[in-house]
Design a protein around this ligand. Structure first.
Ligand code: A2P
Length: 340
C-alpha cells in the first residue's frame, strides 16, 4: 500500500554497507516512520545521523525487532543467521545482505530490475536475500540478453574493490599505500598478502574444487536470480587495489545469434543501466565514474569472433551502493509499496 510509513531497523549500521543503507534510505526519501540503528556492543554510545537528526546506536539483540516492519541487515553472515529468524518471528521482514540465506530455497534472492516478482516469496521465512555485489551488477546486464537471446554460458573475471571487505580493508589499502610511498614497511592484517599495488586472485575462502566461495556464489546466485539452472557460469574473482566499485570482464555465449550492436541498443533501453561505450573518445566504464551513483555501467561491448554467438563486455558498478545498500533499499521499497 503506497503511503504507509515503515518502522525500519538497520543491523550493522556502523559498517561500510550499513552506513550507506542509512544514506540510501535518506536519498530515496523512503517512507520512514521510525529508524533503529543496531550494531555490536562495541558501538553503543556512538550516534549516527539520519535526515539531520542524531540517533544513538543500540546493541543488536534478539528482541531488537519488536514493533519494526523491515530490517536491513549487513552485519556478517553469522549475525544474520542468528538474528534474522528472531526479527522474522516478530513480524519484521529482513532484507539480508550477507550470504547466509541466499541459496535457501525458501528465501527469495532479488535484484529489483531482474526478478521483483520473487519478493512475493518473502512470506515463507520472512527473509529476502540481497545477492553478492559482483552478482548484482552482472545479472542487471545479463537479464535482457538472456531474455532476448538465451544465454548458454558466461565467463566472468572480476576486479573487486576493497570496500567489499568492509571498513578495515579500506583502512588497510590506505595505510599500506601511504607506507609504501614513504619507503616504510607495511602490515597485512585483513588480506593474506599486500593489497596495495597488487592483485589477489582470492576472495572469500577456497573450496576443495579450487574455486573460492565468492566464485561459487557468482555461479549459483546468477542461476537462481535468472531462474535458469541450465546457464553455464564460470568465474575468477580478484581483489584489486581500488577503494570503490567492482569491474567485470564478461564473455557471454548465447543460443540465438547475437551482435554487439544489438546488445548496445538493448542495454541502452534497460532500466538501471548506462551504456558508456565510445572507445574512440576513450569512453568506457570506470570504477571512478561508477562510484557514488546507482547505475550499472556497461561498455567495451564487442563481438566475440572466436565463437558462433558471443559478445564481450565490461561491467562496472559501485559495490557498496548498487552492489549492496541501494539494492537492499530498492527491495525494501517494493516490499513497502506492494506487500506491507
Ligand atoms: P560494530 O561497528 O559495532 O563492530 P564492516 O563490514 O564495515 O566491517 O561492518 C560490519 C558491521 O556489522 C558493523 O556495523 C558491526 O558493528 C556489525 N557487527 C559485526 N558483528 C556484529 C555482532 N556480533 N553483533 C552486532 N553487530 C555486528
Amino acid at each position: 500500500m503506497p503511503g504507509k510509513k515503515i518502522n525500519v531497523a538497520v543491523a550493522g549500521a556502523t559498517g561500510a554497507v550499513g552506513n550507506q543503507m542509512i544514506s540510501c534510505l535518506e536519498e530515496a526519501d523512503f517512507p520512514v516512520q521510525s529508524i533503529k540503528l543496531l550494531a555490536s556492543a562495541r558501538s553503543v554510545g556512538r550516534k549516527l545521523r539520519f535526515k539531520g537528526d542524531l540517533f544513538a546506536v543500540e546493541e543488536l539483540k534478539e528482541n531488537s525487532f519488536k514493533g519494526m516492519d523491515i530490517a536491513l541487515f549487513s552485519a556478517g553472515g553469522g549475525t544474520s543467521e542468528r538474528y534474522a529468524p528472531h526479527a522474522a518471528n516478530d513480524g519484521c521482514v529482513v532484507v539480508d545482505n550477507s550470504s547466509a540465506w541466499r541459496m535457501d530455497p525458501d528465501v527469495p534472492l532479488v535484484v529489483p530490475e531482474v526478478n521483483p516478482h520473487a519478493i512475493a516469496q518473502y512470506t515463507k521465512k520472512g527473509i529476502i536475500a540481497n545477492p553478492n555485489c559482483s552478482t548484482i551488477q552482472l545479472v542487471v546486464a545479463l537479464n535482457p540478453i538472456h531474455k532476448k537471446y538465451g544465454i548458454q554460458r558466461v565467463v566472468v573475471s572480476t576486479y573487486q574493490a576493497v570496500s567489499g571487505t568492509g571498513k578495515k580493508a579500506i583502512d588497510e589499502l590506505f595505510d599500506q599505500t601511504r607506507a609504501l610511498i614513504n619507503f616504510l614497511n607495511c602490515e597485512n592484517k585483513v588480506y593474506p598478502h599486500r593489497i596495495a599495488f597488487n592483485c589477489l586472485p582470492h576472495i572469500d575462502t577456497f573450496m576443495p574444487n579450487g574455486y573460492t566461495k565468492e566464485e561459487i556464489k557468482m555461479v549459483n546466485e546468477t542461476r537462481k536470480i535468472l531462474e535458469d539452472d541450465t546457464i553455464g557460469v564460470t568465474a575468477t574473482t580478484v581483489r584489486v587495489p581500488v577503494f570503490h566499485s567492482h569491474s567485470e570482464s564478461v564473455n557471454v555465449e548465447t543460443k540465438d545469434p547475437i551482435s554487439a550492436q544489438e546488445v548496445r541498443s538493448l542495454l541502452e533501453n534497460t532500466p538501471g543501466i548506462k551504456v558508456v561505450d565510445d572507445p574512440e573518445n576513450n569512453l568506457y566504464p570506470l570504477a571512478t565514474e561508477a562510484a557514488g551513483q546507482d547505475l550499472t555501467l556497461v561498455g567495451r561491448i564487442r563481438d566475440d569472433d572466436s565463437i558462433a554467438n558471443g559478445i564481450n563486455m565490461w561491467i562496472v558498478a559501485d559495490n557498496i551502493r548498487k552492489g549492496a545498500a541501494t539494492n537492499a533499499v530498492q527491495i525494501a521499497r517494493v516490499l513497502a509499496d506492494n506487500y506491507l
